[in-house]
Design a protein around this ligand. Structure first.
Ligand SMILES: Nc1ncnc2c1ncn2[C@@H]1O[C@H](COP(=O)(O)OP(=O)(O)OP(=O)(O)O)[C@@H](O)[C@H]1O
Length: 612
């Protein structure tokens, strides 16, 4: 959207002519200073104010390389006047480049008072310093680079909205009548998987269910992993919980706390983890028969036995057609080894490196999701075995599990890792992927030797750089998107201020407060920004005009605009600097009288000045 060049002819110009022709009565803004002039000397006031916007300060100091289009056609402000004497003498076209400290003078034309600044001479007009070899920038607070949109990209927006929706989901009480209202410090439980009535005791020998829940005091959302019917016989395992709680890494789901509860009507053990909305398990993403066209290539149809060669060719053909891209597999390997590295170096073992216990989000970020559960549930009562020896043993098991996981991914089959399929699966990997990938799998599956996660790093090699590069690019994209929202947040705050003042029915027992003095200027300004109409009376809506006006108000530039009363009888020529002053003044009146949410209002008040 081009928001710097608008040259429409608008009805406002004809209104201005009308106002002049009808000898409109003069509108005199309320005098704020003791000056005898009808025009408040905002320039002096505003240059001495301590709450100047940083950009304004820079403008005043001459530090900001600001260039404002000097041609009327390059501004998005509506062309306010026709080619009359008013054009030549009007300060409407005054721009930021003119010195704000110049004295203003006024003139009464046909009953309307116009406020002017003295013409700047080339001598007193300080050119903005720009580095040699560069052109001064247009006046433009938002510096979007890749696309001219004011808002987040569609993809990112949808992703965030989707996660918000998932985070705020509430259970249907009719569907889940047995859900407890509260479990310890958590409420609003929402099952993340169907609550099975059959006793599905995957992996742990215990039935387990995942819930999303909200912390009662903080309102933060978490994941509760409930281990059904579990009695904690001793608290020795809590030492592990402490270790896991302290372990933070971008590829693990953080364990927050563990407690027992009877809220579900049994003895349940609850593991509280960070909630990552929109994540699915690796099993679901790559090995789910629910996916269209997915079938496990190692799944034999026992009703029609085939010769081995037929099966193998079939497998090869299937894998070639459906294989995961090798860079994606390496991406997973880098993330998983990265998590294992911190786990193993903390003298812990994952013990659940399984496609059902690895979650993945829409940006292919993997996280190990069930950490600490095995250490608590399958606690070792055998005190004769040395703890360090045990952990080392489990760490070796982690590496074997990683080898199997990579093999399964390369063959897109969980059956590939079964003992009888492994040699065929490795053969498939040799034919479909690089030797590096095969060597890595072979190393991890060589259980007779002692392996270490750090030995995998040279095997990954330069692929680390690719991963790093991709991450940096992604961060830059997000940064770009975020910078738009910084501007939107700033504009939201300024609109909040305007909205709290405009049309306020009464203030301090004064029913006309919003209609008089400074507030009257703000009301007309609101019309100027949002309520422009075309010559035929239809609304003229231009996002660029709105954004630019609000930006100029925020900065308080000396540029002047003509505000016309709704009855078209009065015209007020006023600078953005004056309007900014009116806004600050009126808003501080409001916020000083506000008791309930004074804190928030003040935050809005400082927002514009301090948060940019
Ligand atoms: N930290 C988390 N944040 C968000 N969703 C999660 C989180 N951990 C798990 N999930 C989701 O909860 C659901 C159930 O997870 P779970 O670990 O029980 O997997 P599962 O396949 O049901 O395994 P099991 O066979 O043990 O029941 C999955 O859809 C998973 O994506």
């Amino acid at each position: 959207m081009d928001w710097m060049s608008h040259n429409h002819s608008r009805s406002i110009s004809s209104r201005l002519d009308l106002a002049r022709a009808t000898q409109a009565t003069e509108f005199v803004p309320r005098v704020i200073s003791s000056s005898t002039s009808a025009s408040p000397n905002f320039f002096n006031n505003y240059s001495s104010t301590s709450t100047l916007h940083p950009i304004t300060k820079k403008l005043e100091d001459g530090n900001l390389p600001v260039h404002v289009a000097s041609e009327p056609s390059s501004s998005s402000s509506p062309p306010l006047v026709n080619n009359t004497s008013l054009v030549n003498s009007s300060p409407v076209q005054d721009k930021v480049g003119s010195s704000p400290s110049l004295p203003a003078y006024q003139e009464n034309v046909g009953g309307t008072t116009y406020f002017y600044q003295l013409q700047t001479t080339p001598e007193n007009c300080q050119p903005t310093e720009v580095p040699s070899g560069s052109l001064p920038t247009e006046y433009n607070v938002y510096t979007g680079k890749k696309d001219p949109s004011f808002f987040l990209s569609e993809d990112l927006r949808n992703d965030i909205l989707n996660r918000n929706v998932l985070t705020l989901l509430q259970p249907d009480p009719q569907q889940y009548p047995d859900l407890p209202q509260e479990v310890d410090s958590y409420h609003e439980l929402f099952p993340l998987e169907p609550i099975s009535t059959t006793l599905h005791k995957a992996h742990l020998g215990y039935q387990a269910t995942m819930y999303k829940a909200t912390h009662i005091k903080t309102g933060i959302h978490y994941c509760l992993r409930r281990i059904h019917g579990f009695r904690l016989s001793n608290t020795k395992c809590m030492a592990f919980v402490e270790l896991w709680r302290k372990l933070t890494h971008s590829n693990i789901v953080q364990l927050k706390e563990v407690f027992t509860t009877k809220a579900f009507g049994d003895n349940s053990m609850i593991f509280v983890y960070d909630y990552h909305p929109g994540s699915e398990t690796l099993l679901n993403k790559h090995f789910s028969p629910d996916q269209p066209g997915y079938c496990d290539p190692f799944l034999n149809d026992s009703s029609t036995p085939r010769p081995y060669s037929y099966q193998k060719n079939n497998l090869l053909r299937h894998t070639q057609n459906n294989k995961l891209p090798e860079p994606l597999i390496w991406n997973y390997i880098i993330q998983l080894t990265s998590a294992l590295r911190v786990i193993h170096s903390s003298a812990l073992a994952c013990r659940s490196l399984d496609p059902t216990k690895i979650i993945i989000n829409s940006r292919n970020r993997l996280r190990l999701s069930c950490l600490g559960v095995m250490d608590v549930v399958l606690q070792e009562n055998n005190t004769t075995i040395n703890h360090i020896t045990l952990v080392q043993h489990y760490q070796q098991e982690d590496l074997t599990a990683l080898g199997k996981l990579v093999l399964a991914l390369a063959c897109k089959s969980t059956m590939a890792v079964q003992r009888e399929n492994i040699s065929t699966a490795l053969d498939i990997v040799s034919r479909s992927y690089t030797t590096d990938l095969r060597n890595l799998i072979m190393y991890l599956l060589a259980t007779q030797q002692r392996r270490s996660v750090t030995d995998l790093m040279p095997m990954i090699g330069a692929r680390f750089y690719t991963q790093l590069d991709n991450l940096h690019n992604h961060i830059e994209t997000l940064d770009h998107e975020l910078s738009k929202e910084v501007q939107n947040g700033r504009l939201f705050r300024i609109m909040t201020k305007l909205a709290t003042i405009n049309e306020r029915p009464d203030f301090n027992m004064e029913s006309t407060w919003a209609e008089t003095g400074d507030r009257y200027m703000l009301k007309l300004f609101r019309d100027y920004v949002f309520h422009q109409v075309q010559e035929d009376g239809n609304p003229w809506l231009d996002m660029a005009h709105i954004v630019q006006c609000l930006n100029k108000l925020d900065v308080g530039v000396p540029e002047k605009i003509s505000l016309i009363s709704r009855d078209e009888q009065s015209v007020l020529v006023v600078s953005y600097a004056e309007l900014k002053h009116c806004l600050e003044q009126s808003f501080s009146e409001l916020s000083s009288s506000s008791s309930a949410s004074i804190h928030d209002l003040n935050r809005i008040a400082v927002g514009i000045d301090d948060k940019l």
